[in-house]
Design a protein around this ligand. Sequence first.
Ligand SMILES: [Zn+2]
Length: 184
Amino acid sequence: MVGSQPAKQPQPSLSPEQIATFTQAVAQYIRAQRAHYYPRAVPLSFSELWSRFFPAVDLQRIRVIQPGQARVPNPPFYAELEQLGFTGLPNFTTMGAITFDDVVVFHEPLTPQLIFHEMVHIVQYRLLGIDDFARLYVRGYLHGGYDGTPLEVCAYELDGRFIMGSVGFDVEAEVRAWIVNGRF
Ligand SMILES: [Zn+2]
């Protein structure tokens, strides 16, 4: 996801059981969204430049919904989180783009940096699987909010290193290093 977020306020803490339930709801939500958008999503064609950063498997599996084709509403579990006292949850409707496994719904026009950011998430999803991605996203969010979620920190860090004309770097190796070093 890409988007600016409201200032952080103290958030309620959840019990391990609540975290487990929430994590399951997020994983289920990601699968449902992916299934919902996949039939209308189309591949992207990439110039040779992109293979300096991403493995062919991810460049081939990405599917996109172009801006104006859909707007992702906030997840159904937001109501419950707000009842629990959460505030400032990321507003999906104003996000630049949202990735569900291999499907990216773009709300804003596709730029190389925005595509790069979401491609990093696609690599994360493949290496972690949806369940671990959801578990780590929830854990990261509960500790640090959207801006402090390591899966996002990683994607922003790598998209910040992306320069169109550069020789490239191995995004998969970078994401693997984050996994091996327990940074997510
Ligand atoms: Zn993101």
